[in-house]
Write a protein that binds this ligand. Sequence first.
Ligand code: SAM
Ligand code: SF4
Length: 475
Amino acid sequence: MKFTPETYVIPDEPMKPFIDAEEIWNYINHTVSSSERVHEVIAKSLAKQRLNLEEVAVLVNTNNPELIEEIKEGARTLKRTIYGNRIVLFAPLYIGNYCSNNCIYCGFRTSNSKAIRKTLTDDEIISEVTALEDDGQKRLILVYGEYPQYSPEFIAHTVKLAYSVKKGNGEIRRVNINAAPLDIDGFRTVKTAGIGTYQIFQETYHPEAYKTYHLSGRKTDYAYRLTALDRAQEAGIDDVGIGALFGLYDWRFEVLGLVRHANHLEACYNVGPHTISFPRVKDASMLNINQDYFVSDNNFAKLVAILRLAVPYTGMILTAREPAQLRNEIFQFGVSQIDGGTKIELGSYSEKTETGAHLDKGQFQINDGRPLNDIIDELLEQGLLPSFCTACYRLGRTGEHFMEFSVPGFIKRYCTPNAILTLAEYLTDYAPENTARKGWQVIDDTIEKMDNEPMQTAVRERIEKIKEGKRDLYF
Ligand code: SAM
Ligand code: SF4
């Protein structure tokens, strides 16, 4: 079967591509954003219902500062009441930056002769993973350029290698992927390596704008990329991540595009994306692009809050592309995953080099180079619960079975206790005294607030086991 945007439609709607630029612009141009409508839409979201495109258009069209504050407050409330206080941590690991594509925003583009290219050898991957484990990391996302050498077999090999590195209490328990779109057989191959999420960003959902940024190579094919995660689903990968690169086109259009993509996956496969990412374009080696669509910090905070309200069941990822201060504010809008201790230059975890020192070695500039422990410290200061949990994926609670936010009590029953146990491991094995003190306090407070006595007892018992040396305990 050949997959095109026309192949997949939103059921119960007339046959049409699931991304229709004219339709999206119609919603943006013809939706009036009265305060009454904004209140109705926020209330619908707080009742944990996904928003449709017209409702998202109401929010993106809001310019009244008081209403924008209410949207942000809605996102904060949704986070507090539905998601609890945990935030999952991971680190990116760049495996190779050779690339045959020419995406003009990216430091790895084939035309960038200044880029310093490298593919990690097996030994180098082992050194990088060891360095990440020594920091306390348990979850990685492996990242690759699009290049013939980075075949599905190669990707599968590198994933297995990352899982195989174990030293002391160090181990990687979940490996996600950010790589080029594959065909169905390719997705099947990487699935056999035991990947977590397969993440692909559409970059821009606007087909005409897309053409102007992707000048040569396989990635020029908008439709092949748009339907990639449909092929992943066909291949049995039911844990997928979508994203848009903000700054390439009108941010309001991209927000509606992301919501439509999420709704499409949910309508066709009964499972929406596990995560949504919303990177903003950052400086990169020899970058020279039009800044007309760059998104201000204010609009960025607003769009994150809108996405939170639009897809209440979907995880949201905020990366170290954004500066520390802005990240600290946006954590409170219901972001569920962040990276910490991030280094994106190839080989830099084991070389212990300062990140950001050499733009030609990385894909783009990151702006939050804090070590993992500093990020954990910040989360604890904010009363948030850092988590390295990988339980659902390892127990097969993915896809349709991964009801995280729709099953009442799921967070209380699984996510919070597992966050506590993985944090307890981190505090025991890696944290300096000051962080450990704060961390145990947050753990005590969180257990205290649980309204389920048997669960409180079970968590306390497991913590004792961790103190005695047991690892990898989860519910
Ligand atoms: N080569 C694969 C692909 O294009 O799908 C892997 C993706 S790339 C290594 C990860 C993501 O980084 C891209 O999908 C893009 O959204 C983002 N990115 C590229 N250049 C960027 C820049 N200058 N600033 C911020 N993010 C950027
Ligand atoms: Fe290559 Fe991906 Fe960068 Fe495009 S975004 S140049 S495909 S690494």
